[in-house]
Ligand binder design. Structure first.
Ligand code: ADP
Ligand code: MG
Length: 802
């Protein structure tokens, strides 16, 4: 067997000996040689069951043991021996089958066997399509690499290049997202990648899908040709095989489930229900109501869908904690929500495809796809959030009758076993009337609903697969009604958009384009024309406390025009909570809100014990809310008012006595009449909205100009070009602060990486492990505080790996 460094530029030599000695842990040369020999002699045909059967360093072995990994998964037993022998690998295995360890163990081991030290610079680079996944990979690396001495870091964008630059030079292992990495390679002179030994691309097809292709190509350009490269994905696409051809040398194809009868885990039960668009929300609500003791992920096509369903359902109080996650939330919120969901036993999270890939939530019972996925691969990744690592799981796909035939064909083609099921009629309940009522009483909710409707409709329109998505066959009018909207917003479409183009175009490109033509680089497709009288209606200026929010929403509406399509695109307004002084979720705390700022002081956030914090807005606002004017307004329309917990008046329909009721005709007829009247009332209210639209439009244009000017002025180093799914200018500090820590206080970033670091991370380990570690004379890391900054985390990683 060839020696490990054959053909590769080995680590740099000729450094002053003192330096090296002071930083290098003294290793037992004999042991290393033995290990090297064992790897070379490892029989690829031998059946390897346990990690202890692999020729691994004691440090990695201890890390695995401490993390309770014992037996290998299929992909691990196939890929690990090859990867340890430093082969290039193209790995494909179902979701949840343990691909992460299949590349992390070799990363640690192959560097270890080469006696890599901090002075040797970057040894391994791991590229992930999303920040969340990068963080998750980093966490696993931290876990299993805890006894190693390598330094490891996350490069996921958002902070000042300069700060990162200084740190980068010291890192041995980096987990990154492509955009930011490339930027460093281009701009950071001192950042040496010349000695890189290993490159890993996790979720390779997703990386290519997200429009990172050019970045990845450019990154690879920078890297030494002689290296080990591993590509991993659950689904293989042409782009991945193209990439493999370009970047892999003599690759080993490790595809454990190729011959499998199904593309999805066998422990996964998959169903679909036929539910016409107008019944979708009812079906979803009924489903949730009958699975209150479960952990559920519900996938939707856009952030706006997610927000509407979240905001409306939580007011219906189904009796299970609801969460929501989409790409436009602040990173802090996103991570907070993902960790909340991870930790919860039963809860339901509404999400976009931002969580569809790679993320490993423990013990998810159900994956619901309320909106049909764009293709079978997306389906596979979504359902892959459950039934992970031999656990059972169930998935339900909601299909409109028009989607049934086409989608089933696609799934069958990809070997996805799915069967039809019917919701129990007894359990089926309708929320249509409640939604209608809520939308009527709550212009913000209506507004959100309208945006959700538009974004859903557009998402269907721009789908590539016209055999599945036939826009004319959906009952859109019925859908709008089911959301409680007074009629479907009319949307004019123009040809030329494609879902993926829009979805994957960098946001910078999207929002920088004034007249909303999407800049794709190849051609310039015309954007959907969605500005209609109904849109203007959305821009209604509310007469009460919400005007500030409206200004904001309308301002954002502009920004959002092109972004509706991004699966993870949505803004983070918290208008509902402001009006109703209801509990909000955490993301709202961190978020500044122009609207609030415009209308009064920032909301006070009160953290209750174990409860979601309450947002108390300015007193003035509260007063206004209960003002006489508002009462009068309501009184004109109703006869009697009831007050809810928050002191908000509602109209009450008094019950008639039964006889009088009967006299007026059959109940069904009365109901129809009532609904008709209500609909008319709603339409009437809409007319008022429209009158305000014109004036609003002008104001909005001015606002937009101002905002653009401001945005131009503020572009700087910090706001490095990030790609879709990654928030421009976000601070990864935020993200790190959101890691499970006792406190959320701001800490000053320290210039230097502190020498002493926390030990607390080890707390979940057995005392034994700690002792063992100490025995091995590993450096003990001590510090007073928990890691709260990127430096902390990096230092910690460095420490953990030491
Ligand atoms: P994939 O990347 O293939 O979707 P992951 O690497 O995220 O899968 O692993 C899925 C889950 O299985 C994780 O929770 C991980 O901790 C667990 N897992 C992976 N390998 C093993 C193993 N050998 N033994 C036990 N659990 C494992
Ligand atoms: Mg994975």
């Amino acid at each position: 067997m060839a020696p490990p460094t054959e053909g590769r530029k080995s680590k740099p030599k000729g450094r002053p000996k003192n330096d090296t000695r002071s930083l290098k842990r003294k290793r037992d040369v004999d042991d290393l040689e033995k290990l090297q020999k064992a790897v070379e002699e490892l029989d690829l045909k031998a059946e390897i069951k346990d990690f202890t059967d692999l020729p691994l360093s004691q440090t990695t072995a201890s890390g695995l043991e401490a993390s309770h990994f014992k037996t290998l998964t299929d992909i691990q037993s196939k890929a690990l021996p090859l990867a340890l022998k430093e082969k290039d690998i193209l790995g494909a295995a179902k979701t949840g089958s343990g691909k992460t360890l299949a590349f992390l163990i070799p990363v640690l081991e192959n560097l270890y066997r080469q006696k890599w030290t901090e002075l040797d610079g970057l040894g391994a680079l791991i590229i992930s399509p999303t920040r969340e996944l990068a963080i998750q990979i980093f966490e696993v690396l931290r876990k299993i690499g805890r006894y190693h001495t390598f330094s490891a870091g996350l490069v996921i964008g958002g902070r000042s290049l300069q700060e990162e630059k200084e740190r980068l030079g010291r890192m041995n292992i980096l987990v990154c997202t492509p955009g930011r990495m490339l930027q460093h390679m281009d701009q950071t002179a001192a950042f040496e990648v010349d000695h890189l030994q290993m490159l890993v691309l996790d979720e390779a097809d997703r990386i290519m899908d997200m429009g990172f292709q050019a970045s990845v190509d450019a990154i690879i350009e920078h890297l030494p040709k002689q290296r080990q490269t591993m590509l991993f994905s659950a689904t293989q696409t042409k782009k991945v095989s193209d990439l493999a051809r370009l970047s892999l040398r003599d690759p080993e194809y490790v595809s454990v489930h190729e011959a499998a009868a199904t593309a999805t885990p066998t422990t996964l039960q998959q169903y679909y229900v036929l539910t016409p668009l107008p019944d979708k929300l009812d079906t979803l609500y009924s489903f949730i109501k009958s699975n209150l003791k479960s952990k559920i992920i519900v996938f939707m096509s856009s952030g706006k869908q997610v927000r509407f369903v979240y905001e409306s359902f939580r007011h219906l109080q189904p009796g299970i904690p609801l969460l929501h996650l989409h790409g436009r939330q602040k990173q802090t919120a996103r991570l907070d929500i993902t960790s909340k969901f991870s930790a919860s036993k039963n809860s339901c999270i509404f999400a976009t495809d931002v969580v569809a890939r790679g993320l490993d939530f423990p013990a998810v019972d159900w994956v619901i796809q309320m909106d049909c996925p764009e293709d079978a691969d997306t389906y596979i990744h979504r359902v892959g959030r459950t039934a992970r690592y031999e656990r059972a799981g169930k998935a339900v796909l909601f299909l409109d009758p028009s989607e049934e035939e086409g989608m089933l064909k696609r799934l069958e083609h990809k070997k996805v076993p799915i069967q039809r099921t019917k919701p129990r009629e007894k359990k089926q309940q309708s929320v249509k009337n409640q939604l209608q009522n809520m939308c009527f009483q709550d212009p913000e909710l209506k507004y959100l609903g309208q945006k959700a409707f538009v974004s859903y409709t557009r998402s269907v329109f721009v789908q590539k697969d016209k055999e599945v998505f036939k826009i004319d066959e959906y009952d859109l009018e019925g859908y709008a009604a089911s959301m409680g909207l007074p009629g479907a917003p009319k949307i004019k479409f123009q040809k030329g958009d494609s879902a993926k183009t829009l979805k994957n175009t960098p946001r910078a490109a999207l929002s920088s384009d004034e007249d909303s033509d999407v800049e794709t680089g190849e051609k310039k497709p015309k954007k959907d024309e969605v500005r209609t009288k109904y849109d203007r209606m959305f821009e209604r200026r509310n007469q009460d406390v919400l005007s500030g929010h409206y200004s904001k929403m309308i301002a954002e509406d502009d920004l959002d025009k092109d972004e509706d399509q991004q699966a993870d695109a949505d803004e983070d307004n918290d208008f509902l909570s402001v009006k109703r002084v209801l509990p909000v979720d955490e993301d709202k705390n961190s978020d500044d809100d122009e609207g609030v700022a415009a209308a009064g002081p920032a909301p006070k956030v009160i953290h209750g014990l174990g409860k979601e914090p309450l947002v108390i807005d300015s007193k003035r606002r509260e007063k206004m809310l209960k003002s006489k004017k508002k009462l009068l307004k309501l009184k004109e329309k109703g006869t009697k008012l009831v007050f809810d917990e928050d002191g908000i008046p509602h109209q009450m329909y008094e019950l008639e006595d039964e006889e009088a009721f009967r006299k007026q005709g059959p109940a069904e007829m009365q109901r129809a009449k009532f609904l008709e009247e209500e609909a008319a009332r709603v339409r009437e209210a809409d007319l008022d909205d429209k009158q305000l639209a014109k004036q609003k439009k002008r104001e909005k244009r001015e606002k937009k100009k101002a905002r653009e000017a401001a945005a131009k002025a503020s572009i700087d180093d910090d706001e490095a070009p990030e790609l879709v799914g990654l928030e421009v200018g976000e601070d990864p500090m935020d993200l790190l602060r959101s890691l499970p820590l006792p406190e959320d206080d701001e800490v000053e970033e320290k210039e230097e990486r502190p020498a002493k670091r926390p030990k607390k991370w080890f707390e979940d380990d057995s005392e034994d492990e700690k002792k063992k570690a100490a025995k091995k004379k590993r450096r003990v890391i001590e510090a007073e505080d928990e890691p709260e900054t990127l430096e902390d985390l990096e230092a910690l990683a460095a420490g953990l790996l030491s």
